[in-house]
Design a protein around this ligand. Structure first.
Ligand code: FPP
Length: 247
């Protein structure tokens, strides 16, 4: 029985978020430049998208570039921006064919012009698709997002006593995207790295030692199976959650 066959598709998470990590180390381990890892990471992005569709996941969020990533050497940042543009161009046909809608979260206004232009084109050409929503976190960090939300709430003149969780959610860049039920991080690191801090309040975590360029569909299925063994309690006791399940 394959891993996919073991998944209960009725109980797949609606939203999976991934911290793609280990490109640089994977390349260095082979005596190559870090960017070689990023190039190979694109194939793993394809694997994750295919696996998400097969396991009936509706939203897939990928942490592609953080606000802190600008601190990397200029050649690496430039190569990542070029890779984003070339991947968007080469994958557009496939995204359209497979019914995938592209969205972004993050400070995309401050990405290079060529990235903004290509993103705008792909977002508009895939806007009507509804098989899977692919969310790229670009120039994103959760602290940036929360500061932006506070600014936007203040600018809207919303009275302090009227501010609720829902107000904050509506002003995050993930407004209208459900919170992820599952977060995967590759490369054996166990950190959140400023990713979706608000949205992961009740998210299950799956950490795998696999380096991102080696991440395959099977690794995605393994993460879903791991998730399906978890008991999600949202702060309730296990007796309360059991009662709700048999209701
Ligand atoms: C983390 O590995 C990876 C990134 C910061 C970039 C992710 C980019 C891609 C997978 C390719 C392009 C993606 C798209 C969507 C076109 P790292 O460099 O932090 O690895 P390390 O921890 O080993 O240094």
């Amino acid at each position: 029985m394959s891993l996919l066959q073991k998944i209960d598709l009725e109980k797949s998470p609606e939203h999976v978020a991934i911290i793609m990590d280990g490109n640089g180390r994977w390349a260095r381990n082979q005596g190559k430049e870090r960017i070689f890892g990023h190039f190979n990471g694109v194939e793993s992005v394809r694997e994750a998208i295919r696996a998400a569709r097969k396991s009936h996941v509706k939203y897939l969020t990928l942490y592609a570039f953080s606000t802190e990533n600008w601190n990397r050497p200029k050649e690496e940042v430039d190569a990542l921006m070029d890779l984003l543009v070339s991947t968007l161009i080469s994958e557009l046909g496939e995204l359209k064919e497979r019914g995938i809608q592209l969205r972004t979260i993050g400070d995309t206004e401050n990405l290079p012009e060529k990235c903004r232009k290509q993103l705008k084109a792909v977002i508009s050409e895939t806007a009507e698709n509804n098989e899977l929503v692919l969310v790229l976190a670009l120039n994103y960090s959760a602290k940036w997002e929360l500061v932006e939300a506070v600014r936007s709430i203040t600018n809207a003149g919303i009275p302090v006593q009227e501010i609720t969780s829902a107000t904050i959610e509506a002003h995050l860049s993930t407004a209208s995207i459900p919170d992820p039920e599952l977060l995967i991080r590759t490369s054996g690191e166990h950190r959140i790295s400023n990713f979706l801090l608000w949205q992961i309040a009740y998210t299950e975590f799956h950490f795998t030692p696999v380096m991102w360029p080696e991440f395959k569909e099977e690794d995605f299925f393994q993460a879903i199976l791991d998730y399906q063994t978890r008991e999600r309690r949202f702060g309730k006791t296990s007796e309360q959650t059991l009662e709700e399940l048999i209701k």
